[in-house]
Design a protein around this ligand. Structure first.
Ligand code: ADP
Ligand code: MG
Length: 327
């Protein structure tokens, strides 16, 4: 894209209205927003690369935008935060049309509006390679609240929100390429293309002391490994308690466990909380209609994750998260 086009393009993606007031957004050298002394800032960035993180056959431009921001919002949720602003850096190959790029921004805007986030800046470059989109998100959390991976202790309950494996199931449906199968599995496809980050649950969890938390971006066992390593504890997960959607079980009962454990991109929240606080947490979630499952417990140890299979046998998950019993 030429410089002239770029100027025009930025004007087209600039939001007409903002959720936040007192803000310098797109149009100057940098953005300026005010900060509240009672809060701390949360900042994260996620990059998606064409053909590596998405395929034109499984993700439309709109979905690419939606998911790029949703993944960042999920990271803010995993810190117990309130999402506020985002910036978008995009490297554009010559074969991408402006209309497709604007669709990416439609997807970004949809996700942003759902969480009252404003687009406050970005950067635009051309590339001779594939499309790259990098989204930086900014949020805030009350000072002193820390939902760190290192917070797990012996005796804690391990919990996970929602259902697992759906995003991987949805990708499988899309790659299958059968229109009839796709029509019957629109729920799984939605879970892959337009994931819903768990911001409300993150906010609830931020009010408890000593919660460890991760969002499920890489897969359940990988997230559990991160928490058990950071906290220097072991975890025991009961495979029979892992939550599945009915849609996933109907689509592929056999692969459900593997996809739940290693599929990733479900953007649910997984973590640990003390036994005493678990009762209160699950009561709040029940009232708020947020599905939350107790899937195991924390043991003394050093970074190992065990899964109890349906025969009651304990199996250790390897460092890579791969386990031959589940493949
Ligand atoms: P500068 O030369 O000062 O970096 P730019 O021309 O890169 O200015 O950007 C002008 C304005 O447009 C800035 O506010 C910048 O944050 C914003 N901007 C540039 N590219 C994008 C983009 N792809 N998405 C959103 N905002 C953008
Ligand atoms: Mg610039």
């Amino acid at each position: 894209m030429s410089v002239r086009d770029e100027f025009d393009f930025i004007k087209k993606v600039q939001p007409a209205t903002l959720h936040h007031s007192g803000l310098i957004g797109i149009g100057d050298d940098a953005a300026i927003f005010s900060v509240d002394a009672r809060f701390e800032q949360i900042v994260c960035v996620d990059t998606m690369v064409e053909d590596k993180h998405f395929l034109p056959t499984t993700m439309s431009p709109y979905h690419i935008g939606y998911k790029a921001l949703a993944a960042n919002i999920s990271d803010i949720a995993a810190m117990g935060g309130i999402p506020q602003y985002y910036l978008v850096s995009i490297s554009i190959p010559s074969n991408w049309k402006e209309s497709e790029l604007l669709e990416i921004y439609d997807g970004l805007k949809k996700a942003g509006d759902e969480y009252k986030m404003d687009l406050i800046g970005g950067d635009t470059t051309s590339t001779h390679s594939k499309l790259v989109i990098s989204v930086t998100a900014i949020g805030k959390v009350e000072a002193g609240r820390r939902l760190l991976r290192s917070n797990a202790e012996e005796g804690d309950v391990v919990f996970v929100s929602g259902t697992l494996g759906d995003a991987q199931g949805g990708l499988d449906v899309l790659l299958e390429g059968n229109k009839e199968v796709q029509g019957q599995n629109s729920y799984l496809i939605r879970r892959h293309q337009t994931p819903t980050p768990r911001v409300t649950l993150g906010r609830i969890l931020s009010q408890f002391t000593r919660v460890s938390l991760n969002d499920v971006s890489d897969g359940l066992v990988s997230e559990l490994k991160e928490i058990s390593n950071a906290s220097n504890v072991n975890m025991v997960i009961d495979s029979e308690t892992i939550p599945y959607s009915r849609a996933l079980l109907e689509y592929n009962n056999e692969k459900a466990l593997k996809w739940a454990l290693t599929g990733g991109e479900d953007f649910e929240l997984v973590g640990t909380i003390s036994k005493e606080n678990w009762k209160q947490l699950s009561a709040i979630c029940e009232k708020e209609n947020i599905p939350l499952s107790n899937i195991g417990y924390v043991q003394r140890g050093k970074g190992k994750v065990y899964i109890r299979n349906k025969n009651g046998e304990l199996e250790e998950v390897s460092d890579s998260g791969y386990n031959h019993f589940f493949s």
